[in-house]
Design a protein around this ligand. Structure first.
Ligand code: PLP
Length: 393
């Protein structure tokens, strides 16, 4: 959800429109897009950043940059937006779906269970602003010599043990669509410290071409790519949004802290979900784990009756059991490009393949934080939540 947008974005867009320069390559490394890339890389603490047209594009460029392709398996969690799995299919690899744990992020234990000799990469997803257990994931990856691409689409600006999310893996991807913490309408970014990966990603995103400005010491040959460029108009909006990020996160974290503080000891029925790094959480949502799904349903129903926006964590489209084209193994627009036709395995997926995830999600309720709620409104909301907690006990 876009939290804040104002005249500054309009002014930045107006400047680009008046310049008649909409393509990032007209002005070389002086383009707005290049500027945003440098700012973003600095913010995350990565050497390189490539701005692209969507988060899905960033994932595809990252996977292409890592030379992931046919014959490879890529591990990803049961709880993420379908695009994480679609990007894996787009490069011709097979998505391997693993359980989440009570932190709502990928279960390191189940990652270990699902590693095979074909596993080429893991995509930990920092879902709903929550940092994954990156210590565990990076040590598994090192142990098995597997690449890591972090999906930070929903957790821009979050961190784990003081390091920004996106800076742990071989690459990190971000999305700036309407629903993310900062937005430029549609857009995405890839960050990495690996020059070769970065250059392959540039080629993938720009039709197979690479400009000297992006690659003063090009180390690779070109190949046929696609077009995932970000326009200067979008970059203009993104640059202003980026300047708002710290402030947005500060406000979300203040709301979350107050909510957690007051709700923490209300009842055993309502346990705050485990967070791997509470300081690094983006705090865009607050989650509670309940004893049963009936209790969770009752809580959500009662809260919604009182006009409080509480929701069950099992939201449509974000759980593997909803990913129809994947569960039914229609992996591409053409059978000869469909990895499921090439690698036939009818037992690859099943709607109940991750029972722990379905159980945890059905018992987890979420409350979204906001930047525009007055202290009074927040207090009243918390009072009502406490009342509801006692009702459903
Ligand atoms: C939004 C999102 C994406 C895809 O981003 P788009 O910009 O919509 O392509 C990927 N992964 C997750 C977890 C997301 O939330």
């Amino acid at each position: 959800m876009v939290y804040k947008v104002g005249d500054e974005e309009l002014e930045a867009i107006r400047k680009v429109v008046n310049s008649y320069k909409f393509d990032r390559y007209i002005d070389g490394d002086k383009s707005v897009t290049s500027l945003v890339e440098r700012d973003f890389a600095k913010k995350i603490g990565s050497k390189y950043c490539l701005a692209v047209s969507s988060g899905t594009a960033a994932l595809i460029c990252g996977l292409a940059g890592m030379e992931v392709g046919p014959g490879d398996e890529v591990i990803l969690p049961s709880y993420t937006y379908i695009a994480t799995a679609l990007a894996v299919l787009a490069v011709g690899a097979i998505p391997v779906i693993v359980e989440i744990d009570e932190s709502l992020t990928i279960s390191p234990q189940d990652v270990r269970n699902k590693i095979t000799p074909k596993t080429k990469a893991i995509i930990p997803v920092h879902m709903r602003g929550l940092p994954c257990n990156m210590s565990e994931i990076m040590s598994i990856a090192q142990e098995h010599k597997i690449l890591v691409i972090e999906d930070v689409a929903q957790a821009c600006g979050g961190s784990y043990k003081g390091i920004k999310l996106g800076a742990f893996g071989d690459a990190g991807m971000f999305s700036f669509n309407h629903y993310k913490i900062i937005s430029c309408g549609e857009g995405g970014a890839l960050v990495t410290n690996n020059l070769k990966l970065y250059q392959r990603a540039i080629i993938q995103h720009h039709g197979g071409w690479i400009y000297e400005v992006d690659a003063p010491n090009l180390q690779i040959e070109s190949f046929a790519g696609w077009n995932f460029r970000l326009s200067e108009i979008s970059s203009a909006m993104l640059s202003v949004q980026l300047s708002r990020l710290d402030n947005i996160l500060g406000q979300l974290r203040a709301e979350k802290n107050l909510l957690l503080e007051r709700m923490r000891y209300v009842s055993n029925t309502l346990q705050a979900s485990h967070i791997h790094d509470i300081k690094g959480d983006c705090a865009s949502n607050v989650f509670f784990l309940m004893e049963s799904s009936e209790q969770a349903k009752k809580f959500v129903k009662r809260a919604n009756e009182l006009n409080i926006d509480v929701w069950c964590a099992h939201t449509k489209g974000h759980v593997y059991s909803d990913w129809e084209p994947i569960l039914e193994q229609r992996g591409a627009h053409h059978t000869l490009r469909d990895v499921f036709q090439i690698n036939k395995d009818p037992n690859l997926y099943h709607p109940n393949m991750c029972p722990n995830s379905l159980d945890i999600l059905s018992r987890t309720i979420g409350i979204s934080t906001r930047v525009d709620r007055s202290p009074n409104t927040l207090n009243e909301m918390i009072n009502m939540l406490i009342k509801i907690t006692k009702e459903v006990e």
